[in-house]
Ligand binder design. Structure first.
Ligand code: NIG
Ligand code: FE
Length: 412
């Protein structure tokens, strides 16, 4: 099957030779071809160029993309799409003055979602989660990471990870799975974090590994949740099973989670709303991708990740949604890109790089996704007629997407 796009107003993120990730100054540049064509053969990008050089191609289908922009689909490297029910009551409680931390201390928050998850059947969790996955695909997401972490019991965590596995089997987009058993402390372990970490390490992790349910390991390294010491123990144990860390750090407090992540060669450290100079310093010359989650900052009214400081230090940065029922009930990468520009002062070029190739890196997918490169998967966004690519983040809240293609096939 040959699908040809012609007259593309601008083809974005064209990388003749694949790059792994982009850092610092490199992020300022977004290579494009104006008035371009793009050929997709089966599920892959097979060729592209300028319209004036278009060779004769016998395509099965041709799409005239006049006035429209084509770019790689978004790579969302941090989500909690699998959950049960919602927490709109906590949303109202927050409007009425309670903080996220106060709600959590009253047994709300993650523990509230864990209770609902435990009471919901695997089939029903799958049904609700699949709906969200379909929604984000229609919004342009073409690769996604999904975490467990609302089970907090062996049965609950395995239920979530099996749902992720089923999503992987039933949907065409690449899904990476992360075990986040250490997301919050179950009530019965109050005051004994170490005992819960023991349980995660000795009882749940071996089962997760045995069923090959997770590529990555995660922990919420944060005051009131899990300590740096807990983080070291868990990451060391997971390493024995080949699970790389992608961890929640520096959301509310800087307690040394980044340094722990770097020490364990984390693929990514995520959140980073609160950054000390030494936190930025410790990420230099490492393979760890910093990941910012600006829709979480918006929703919780907490600081935004200091993108400018991170980029000016020469570091890379990826953008993701954090889609979850408590701190970010939205999986819209278009809004993430807009907020990165509006609130984090990233340029459209930097934000698009962060949401495509760097997001792919944060899921070990940069060889196959995240750029327009021959041989990569044909996961792309075709926009509506728009004046320029800066219009995408500029017109925040507007749906500028015409169609999304995954593996060369149109998403409904
Ligand atoms: O990434 N920070 C920890 N976990 C989630 C929020 C979980 C929740 O409130 O349900 C996050 O923001
Ligand atoms: Fe998260």
């Amino acid at each position: 099957m040959k699908l040809l796009f012609t007259d593309i107003k601008e083809l974005l993120q064209v990388r003749e030779t694949a790059v792994e990730k982009l850092s610092g100054e490199e992020m300022k540049e977004l290579p494009t071809i104006k008035n371009a064509w793009l050929l997709i053969e089966d599920d892959k990008i097979s060729d592209f160029g300028k319209m004036e050089d278009l060779p004769e191609i016998k395509a099965d289908e041709t799409i005239n993309a006049q006035g429209k922009i084509v770019l790689p689909s978004w790579c969302d490297s941090h989500t909690h799409i699998v959950y049960a029910g919602n927490r709109e009551q906590e949303f109202v409680d927050r409007i009425n003055g309670l903080s996220y931390e106060e709600i959590a201390n009253r047994g709300g928050g993650i523990l509230n979602s864990a209770k609902t998850l435990q009471e919901t059947s695997e089939e029903e969790v799958y049904r609700q989660s699949a709906q969200r996955l379909e929604e984000v695909m229609s919004l342009g997401t073409g690769a996604v990471e999904i975490k467990s972490g609302y089970g907090l019991t062996k049965e609950g965590e395995l239920k979530m990870l099996r749902v992720i596995k089923k999503l992987k089997e039933n949907y065409p987009i690449p899904i990476k799975s992360t075990f986040l058993g250490a997301h919050a402390l179950p009530k019965e372990y109050k005051g004994n974090t170490a005992a819960y970490i023991d349980k995660v390490i000795n009882e749940i992790l071996p089962e997760v590994a045995k069923e090959k349910l997770a590529e990555y390991i995660d922990i919420f390294c944060e005051q009131g949740y899990f300590t740096v010491e807990d983080t070291h123990r868990l990451l060391s144990a997971a390493k024995a099973y080949g699970m790389k860390p992608k961890i929640h750090v520096n959301q509310f407090h800087a307690i040394g989670g980044i340094q722990a992540g770097v020490e364990h060669e984390a693929l990514s450290v995520d959140h980073l709303e609160v950054m000390r100079p030494e936190d930025i310093e410790s990420l230099k010359n490492t393979a760890t991708m910093p990941v910012a989650l600006p829709t979480c900052s918006l929703y919780l009214s907490i600081p935004y990740t200091p993108a400018r400081e991170i980029l000016e230090a020469g570091l890379p940065l990826a953008l993701a949604t954090d889609f979850n029922p408590g701190s970010t009930p939205s999986g819209n990468m278009n809004l993430v890109v807009s907020l990165a520009c509006i609130k984090m002062k990233m340029t459209p070029e930097e934000a698009i790089n962060a949401a495509t190739i760097n997001g792919a890196y944060a899921m070990d997918l940069s060889e196959t996704h995240g750029s327009i490169t021959k041989g990569k998967k044909a996961n792309i966004i075709l926009t509506k007629e728009i004046p320029s690519y800066a219009f995408l983040p500029y017109a925040f809240g507007t749906n500028s997407i015409d169609y999304v293609f995954i593996n060369g096939k149109k998403v409904k």
